[in-house]
Structure formats: C-alpha cells, structure tokens
Design a protein around this ligand. Sequence first.
Ligand code: ZN
Length: 335
Amino acid sequence: MKKKKEYCCFCGSRIDRSDIDGKIRDFCPSCRAVFYENPLPVASSIVVNENREILLVKRKKDPYKDMWCLPIGFAEADEEVKDAALRELEEEAGVKGEVLRIIDVDTVDNYFYGSLAIVTYEVKMIGGAVRPGDDAVEADFFPILEIPQLAWTSNEKAIRIYIDLNKDIWSMYDSFRRLFPEIKSLDEISLRAKGKRTFLSDVLVKLIDSDIESINGKLCAEISSAVPGLKSKMDIILDANKKVLRSIQYWLNRKSDTLGIEEFVTTGKEFRESGLPLPDIITVMALSRKSLWLHLVEGRIFTSPLEIYSTLEINNRIIFFYDKINYFITLGYSE
Ligand SMILES: [Zn+2]
C-alpha cells in the first residue's frame, strides 16, 4: 500500500495539504516546497498464441487477489519499461518474449498504488513454457473473446484496442483460408465458430440478383464498343449472360455443387447454331466477367484493407466460375 509522506525531505517540518494551482497537494509550510505526485510506470504484456488465445495470470496477492490479469509489474528506476514488461512476463508466466509494439498507455488513479502509467505491449512468445511464478498462482491461455473479468480495467482497455487493431486482418485471413482451403501451411484459426464462416465478398454476391438487367446493360455497351460486329447476335448473347448471372449466385452461395453448370453445354451448342465463331465466344465471356466485376465494385469506397481484399476476393471467385462454364460452353460448341 502506498505510504503518505509525513515530513518534508528538505527541512524536516511536518507536511500539510494545500490547494496549489487548483489541486490539493502535499506542501511544506516552512520551506514552501510542493510535493507533486507523478505516476509510477507499470508494464504489461499481451501474448496471443496461434489459436487467438491470450495469456493471463491469476494474482496471488492483494489488491485483486485471485483475479486474472495480463502479466504486469512496476518498472524499476534503471530499467526500460519494455524490459520490465518482458521481465514480469517471464517471472509471472514463465514465458520468454520479444516486444512487437506498444498497444496502449493508460494513466489511472489506483486506490492501492496511487497514480500509475500502465504501458501495454504486444509481445511475441519466443521461448519458455507457461507456468505460474512470482505473484501469480495460475497462468493460462484464454480465447481472446472469452476472457474473465480482469483485475485492471487498463488491461481490458488494452485488449480491446489489440482486438480492434487485429480484427480486419483476422477476418481477411479466415476468408482467404476459405477460398484456398488446400493451402495446408496456414493453420485453421478463427474467431468464429466452425461452419459459421462466410466469405467477406458474399455481400457483393447478393447484389447480382437484383441487378441482372443493369449488368446486362453494361455487357451490351462493352460488346458494342469492343466487338461492334456482334451487334446482330446481341439477343442470344444477353440471354446467355442472364443464365450465367443466375447460376453464378447459386454456385457462389454453394446452394448446390453442380447446379446448372453442365447446362452450359447447351449454351455452347446454341452459340454454334447461331453462327457465333469460337474466338468471339471467348471474347464475349471475358467481357461478361469484366462487366460483372465492374458492376459489383462500382461505387464502393475503399476505406479499409478489408474492402480492398473483398473486392479482389470476388474477382478470384468469379474467375473460378467462368473457367468452369467456359469449359462446358466450348464442349457444347465442339460436340
Ligand atoms: Zn520543508
């Protein structure tokens, strides 16, 4: 517990309390020395493992005995604050770490310790093994969104900031992982429960249904300017494009694995019967893909990496789809 000063360290007189500069401060009436209170530096560490679990320790002593908190402790006079964080991490949780960045600096008035400046770092575990020590009776990893109430509100604030800093990259990672499940080197990690995951670009897929006419209008304009010779075939092209747009939603929403894609064999046959040359069909399909993508990203405001990512993601998903239907169209054409 923080002790109150009783005697002046300059003249030895008894210290009084007085209003100085609008605040009640310790004051020596005989030598007029003012004793300003400065916050003590405290260092704490956020260590998160590959399962997005955060390392917490349970306190052995008061204040907040038996409550969980981040590994935390006072920095000493000859010690860098970040070194204090790493020292406390090893003493309390057995973990050797490396500081990555500062997450938060918070100043608090604590009833027990007085004024504190709590610096919280993101720390990467580089060695050691989790075991409680020093002022901790337990040390363990908790899912970062399911932590118990913590001893220090500053710890809770720093963890919220940490989550906020990372949530976009976690979402991108999960979505990317869904797009390329065959990439085994990426560990399956997620904030969300299994089976509940969605593509970030699903919100774009939803646009297709209501906008078929408008997307077709864009394709018509593209063809008119890029391949004017195809104007006489526009009706059959736009009909085929509607079919493409309808099945792409089913396909992207995984409503069925095979839904309708084989039907594009018929489309290929119809194209041949209408006298559309194969190179023109390839061009039409490329323009169809381009006009769809442009429509989906039109008017989007790219305010975050997440927006940019979902835009690139939808393009990738569309490419996969067009690769498949192009196969069936050329198959039908050459039958
Ligand atoms: Zn004095």
